[in-house]
Design a binder for this molecule. Structure first.
Ligand code: ADP
Ligand code: ZN
Length: 608
């Protein structure tokens, strides 16, 4: 097993659970594995094809991913192919020939193919090593993307009694698990539930103030780095994408309002590093396998943590440090609640509300983000300080904001609890607008009481009071702000208010901490060399018509940019460099690195 891992993948060690899963498959036992996105599922079913007789049949619903997966497997030295509706008749025919010749180690198919009698009968006539069911939650009605085509898969266990089935999913609930095992008819499966902790992801929440500018600033700080930005609606995705483009960012939109061709084109451009950021709705993501996504931004509040976790999971699949940022304002929660309130089915409405409440808590509570995410997925996070979220690295300061809270609440109370947020802030700031003077609110005691601080500051305090439910918002169309019971007791000085305030946005600290806390993953690398190797990789990828990360992952390039390998032996020690890649690209990369070292003689060489 280790030899195959080393030779074909260039990896020194298995990740958590991979070894146990593969051992069980080799012993022909069924497997059910829940592993997070990026956890390394594909290796678990690919590797056995080198050690077992026959073909591994991989059933996957993501047709758009098959080409990349097969390309990557071929690059690693597997004989692999896929069968799906995108192929011509001739292509299908040639793959059937390879199946009959027993020359395929890996065959990727869509679930509906398995239901076709002709295909099913073909499988019976050739040696099969394993059936691997990827995205197995699609078979469960409890999963969030149930697919009727998956129902046909129950025929496998019945018809192939001696061949193991391994089911993989990233959906963790116990209900889904039971359902999958039952529907696939798994026979006493070896069950693995990996931790969902994604150690290389840094989670943080920012107050949403002027989100387009905030996103622009973030993207500029991460210039040329691939990332995904999620928005709640098509329009806002389109607008933000245009805004970023106008400001010189290579951004493309992705949402259901675009034609299928445009969506595919944009996604491919992103895959090939031709666009740096995709601004999409949640329609974006199912078919994306890009391993070097360095950040996932949510510019609007997601509806539930399942979705949030899945979307952020698209960052850092290669294991390199990546950031997940959520821009949050309570206003977003009101918008979502407005839609939830229109749902007629009461049970459904209550479930959605409960899920939203958890999402709001995630965004507003001063509790480790990682602990909250994992807790939601049913996992208890043991460490007190995760070291890789904004709460744990202490970007916040706990402050007493009672006086400022009283200024706002007094303004609300003295104007009769009949106005919205912006109006109240105008009063606090002492802005004598037409409306304010007409209503003589420039005469009240609190008028201008908050002049010494800016508008953003008062908005932040306002949001905080809403989150803490000292203020409540009523009415959907023209919301007015009122004091809650709790709010009144603060106004009358019976209670004080504390809040975690972010002194300023300090991306520098966040990055520094995320690099050092989690050890070697977070080491620095030589950016100058990285750009050169990236360009080289890009040229090779274009020539071979594959995505760049299929040639070498970012993680592999980063390692080269730390250790400067200049011989084949040294290159062999780099994570992710297997035999086939040495043969194909070894010389080119070594030449590039040597050239770089000659131009930069000061670099002290350090070898692994
Ligand atoms: P999943 O399908 O679970 O989302 P993948 O199979 O795509 O995850 O693997 C995610 C990334 O992790 C890939 O870039 C893969 O090459 C890498 N990977 C998998 N196993 C290992 C390992 N044992 N050592 C190093 N990297 C690994
Ligand atoms: Zn934390």
């Amino acid at each position: 097993m280790r030899d195959v891992l080393r030779e074909f993948y260039g990896f020194a060690d298995f990740r958590e659970n991979q070894e146990a899963i593969i051992k069980n498959i080799l012993q022909k036992r069924d497997v059910f594995a829940v592993m997070p996105t990026g956890g390394g599922k594909s290796l678990c079913y690919q590797l056995p094809s080198k050690l077992l007789k026959g073909t591994v049949v991989v059933i996957s619903p993501l047709i758009s991913l098959m080409k990349d997966q097969v390309d990557a497997a071929i690059e690693n030295g597997f004989s692999a192919a896929y069968l799906n509706s995108s192929l011509s008749v001739d292509e299908v025919y040639s793959i059937y020939r390879r199946i009959h010749a027993h020359s395929l180690e890996l065959l990727y198919v869509a679930p509906e193919r398995v239901a076709m009698a002709h295909f099913f009968e073909t499988l019976r006539t050739v040696p099969i090593a394993l059936f691997a069911v990827d995205e197995a939650h699609c078979i469960s009605e409890w999963g969030h993307d149930f697919r009727p085509d998956y129902m046909g898969l129950s025929a496998i266990a019945v018809n192939f009694k001696d061949i193991p089935i391994a089911a993989f999913t990233a959906t963790a609930t116990a209900q889904v698990q039971e359902d999958i095992i039952r529907k696939l008819g798994l026979r006493d499966p070896f069950v693995v539930r990996a931790s969902f902790d994604r150690k290389n992801l840094f989670y943080r929440v920012e107050k949403k103030i002027d989100v387009e500018k905030q996103v622009l600033r973030f993207v500029r700080e991460h210039a040329g780095v691939p990332g995904i930005i999620y928005r709640a609606t098509r329009d806002s995705a389109e607008v933000l994408s245009n805004f970023l483009s106008k400001n010189g960012i290579r951004a493309l939109p992705y949402h259901a309002g675009l034609s299928a061709e445009e969506r595919t084109r944009n996604q491919n451009a992103f895959s090939k590093d031709e666009a740096d950021v995709i601004v999409g709705t949640i329609a974006f993501g199912m078919g994306i396998d890009k391993s070097n996504v360095r950040f996932v931004i949510h510019a609007d509040l997601p509806k539930h943590i399942e979705g949030y976790y899945q979307e952020t999971g698209r960052a850092g699949r290669d294991g390199e440090p990546s950031e997940c940022v959520l821009y949050y304002t309570p206003g977003d929660a009101y918008k979502i609640r407005y839609f939830i309130n229109q749902v007629e089915d009461e049970a459904e409405r209550l479930t959605s509300e409960a899920k939203l409440a958890k999402m709001i808590l995630y965004a507003s509570a001063n509790v480790c983000r990682r602990r909250q995410l994992l807790g939601y997925l049913g996992e208890k996070y043991k460490s007190q300080n995760c070291g890789t979220c904004d709460v744990c690295v202490g970007v916040y300061e706990l402050r007493d904001i009672t006086t400022d809270a009283q200024i706002i609440m007094s303004a609300i109370s003295r104007t009769g609890q009949r106005f919205g947020r912006l109006y109240i802030i105008d009063i606090v700031l002492g802005k004598g607008t037409k409306r304010v003077t007409e209503l003589q609110h420039d005469k009240i005691k609190t008028f201008g009481a908050g002049k010494h601080k800016g508008k953003d500051y008062w908005r932040a305090i306002f949001d905080e009071l809403l989150v803490q439910e000292l203020l409540v918002q009523e009415g959907d169309k023209y919301p007015v702000i009122k004091l809650s019971q709790h709010g009144k007791s603060v106004l009358f000085g019976k209670e004080s208010v504390m809040a975690n305030m972010r002194p300023e946005i300090r991306a520098d600290i966040v990055q520094q901490v995320s690099r050092t806390e989690a050890g070697s993953h977070f080491e620095e690398f030589d950016h100058g060399l990285f750009e050169r190797l990236r360009a080289l990789r890009r040229g090779i990828a274009d020539e071979q018509e594959v995505a760049p990360f299929i040639v070498f992952s970012d993680k592999t390039l980063h390692e080269m940019c730390r250790y400067y390998p200049t011989t084949i032996d040294q290159l062999w020690n780099i994570n992710g460099v297997g035999q086939l890649k040495i043969d194909r690209y070894g010389d080119e990369f070594i030449k590039e690195i040597k050239g770089y070292l000659e131009m930069n003689p000061d670099i002290r060489m350090q070898y692994k």
